[in-house]
Design a protein around this ligand. Sequence first.
Ligand code: HSE
Length: 441
Amino acid sequence: MPRKQEDRDIGIALLGLGNVGAGVVKLLEDNAAAIRDRLGARIVVRAIAVRAPGKKKRLVEVDPALLTTDINATIDRDDVDVVCELIGGETEARAAVLRAIERGKHVVTANKALLAAHGEEIFAAAEARGVDVYYEAAVCGGVPIIRALREGLASDRVEWLLGIVNGTSNYILTEMADKGRAFGDVLKEAQDKGYAEADPTLDVSGGDAAHKLAILLMLAFGTTVDAAAIPREGIDTLDPIDFEYAKRFGYVIKPVVYGHEHAGGVEARVHPAMVPDRWMLADVAGARNALYVHSYALGPSMYYGAGAGMMPTAMAVVSDVIEIARNIQAQSGGARPARRHRAIARKPLLDPGDVRSRYYLRFTVADKPGVLGRLTTVLGERDVSIRQVVQHGSGGADGGGPVHVVVLTHEARERDVRAALATISSLPAVTSPARLIRVFE
Ligand code: HSE
């Protein structure tokens, strides 16, 4: 009788032993028995490629004999079935992943920047070589959103999606809104907790969210988009006063991504937005992530959980390894699963100027007769219809000083709103640039 495939250990190599790599080692130890029961085999770490094997302080204890600086030799080992790329960045990671594929190894990666920039090349190489590339940890940390889109909704057609996919920026906005804390302090804390990217500007500028949105668009709409071309605004320009006003109007400010397939192309954007405080998305706090998906047959569905951090992300990586191990056991690793990741078309991104949205506009103006009328006239001339206007404060003891005028609009075209703001900013009564935040209803 031939030995059953299920009895064979699955050998893995880790490239990187930072936050996520350490979590993978810990999870494989902590859940070893359960994983073995579920898989009928052990997952064994054969080697770990690191930059400094002699480093004293690590997040987890490992057998020093496993550590090496030689990435290529680690990938090439005969006893390695799956290479887990956990080094981040693009150049070195791309070379490592392509080498692994070329050597016939399956790949697990948590690297959204890599997939957003080189996904097409990587998936094509994997398909040609007949190996798997899994990447559940790349979007929404531990929340199994890739599986939900790829498998759970395989028979459905996604119409649009709206979500919070960057834990760091959600953590920062939650702390600023709930505790009035300063941006810089909270960012430092998010870094200490291991939520932020090595370069945290990616988190706060919306770059990380754009990478994740590009992956979601590929799965949801079967399209490849250039993540760098997705219009985005960061959370670093928000002013604390807008959290206060949002609350008064019944909204919460959240860092969102939005994707919507239209007949003429894909609408995609990353920015802070106001969402009604009664929505479930408004309650997604701290480093949690959530994705609300609207699909043709299922209608609405929502996926929620820990979007960043060592163990949630490691959980997704190890679950991918288990999935690949099952494919190996079934001897189906390769072309079929890899094909499921491929984009089918290149659909154009809609011009942001043509996109319609509701807006919160905050003007700082002199509290003088006729100013409000002028503002609303300019908006009206540009076809921007007003839903609500509130003036906050009064212009000091003598009047005339600066006050905030907040306008909530009905749905309007972005090009029209921008044109109105340009005209308004040139009015003598306007004392500082208008603030614009999109509103979902
Ligand atoms: N920096 C990322 C975040 C990590 O804050 O969401 C998880 O991808």
